[in-house]
Design a protein around this ligand. Sequence first.
Ligand code: T4K
Length: 416
Amino acid sequence: MAEHDTTSLLAERNVARAKTIDNLAIFGKPPLFNEKLHVGRPNLCDRDALFQRFNEILDRNWLTNAGPVVKEFERRIAALAGVKHCIAMCNATIALEIAIRALGMSGEVIVPSLSFVATAHALQWQQVTPVFCDVNPTTYTLDPAKVLNMITPRTTGIIGVHLWGRACQIDELQEIGKSHGLKILYDAAHAFGCTYKGIPIGRFGDAEVFSFHATKFLNTFEGGAVVTNNDELAAKVRLMKHFGFAGHDNVIFIATNGKMTEFSAAMGLTSLESMEEFREKNYQNYLQYQKELESIPGLHVLPYDVCEKNNYQYVVFSMDETITSLSRDCLIEILHAENIIARRYFSPGCHRMEPYRSYFPHAGLLLPETERIVQGLVTLPTGTAIGLSDIKGICDIIRLALTHGREIEQRLSSLK
Ligand code: T4K
């Protein structure tokens, strides 16, 4: 597993610099880090093992289309998620689209606006209307009581998002699905390796979808998968990701091409061998962030349920600008100037992105929690590319900025 030395990213000349606002890079001083620290830097697996698998693929001269490496990857993912079927795909967006179509979702489907835009796009691309529903202010996932209010005669399903790997209120959503005859799909793009009530994410609802994109906890470069216990659905999804071929020259379905390549599956299998190391590294990073940031007024690091298995791939905090006296966007600018490329995941909500903003200009009226939450979200770099001393440096800047919020804002506006 590749991991940076814990001090490698800090610019040495700046490590000992006095922590005053005069020294901030946003005021023209050198950045704290020589290199950019990204959110979503891939967790890299063992290169020798990976290249050995690549060589075997090339020797076999079977590069895609249900090759042995993809089949093995599917078996491993299904076993880890405790489901009968895993259908590997080229990415999670296509996997969502195929699952939506295979489940027969149509008309309207209820989704959170607080998600990556792929959740909504997958529906709209299938000409299904995403109906944005507000989230629970504690879990940041779909609020079941509000889901009930959004059901109309046109509603055919619900897509819950296990945001940042924190599971939806699955029991309540299942109950709603059952009592209203709705299909339930989970966007589990962030939740591979996580549990709900001790049970691996992957076996809930009619199906769940994982992402194995480069930025994810476990990656296959690009990749995704539909997992399900439903034999009929699995067969349909498998046909749909391969042009509808049920054997040579025999097409029995309208379908698309969502196949994963052998090389991606090789990356996935090799990454699985380091998965527990990735998890432990993310966990240690998360603890360090929590320790460094917990005492800052107005800042709240999103917790993970210690009774569950988590992959800790996202470190997210929310900030209350009325307490910090510094806007979230100004903090992001300060961090970027220091080469800390913090992100606003996931803001704005999908309802404020096109085409949804134009389709539903008043959607925000029914999304007060989403509107409030997204304004304060900040996601910080973590993963195997970040060392503990880097995290200390990042937190020192955040603390400095947030404890001198008013002064910094005033100085910045005088420079404009
Ligand atoms: N549902 C949810 C809830 C999702 O979050 C996502 C994707 C999906 C569905 C769809 O899954 P996929 O179809 O992608 O499998 C990134 C990812 O591209 C996306 O997969 C992910 N969620 C989302 C949360 O993050 P962007 O637009 O923020 O990507 P970008 O290019 O800004 O990269 C993110 C950061 O990662 C950058 O700071 C640089 C770093 N990075 C990225 C790549 C690709 C690297 O350091 N190395 C790399 O190779 O969407």
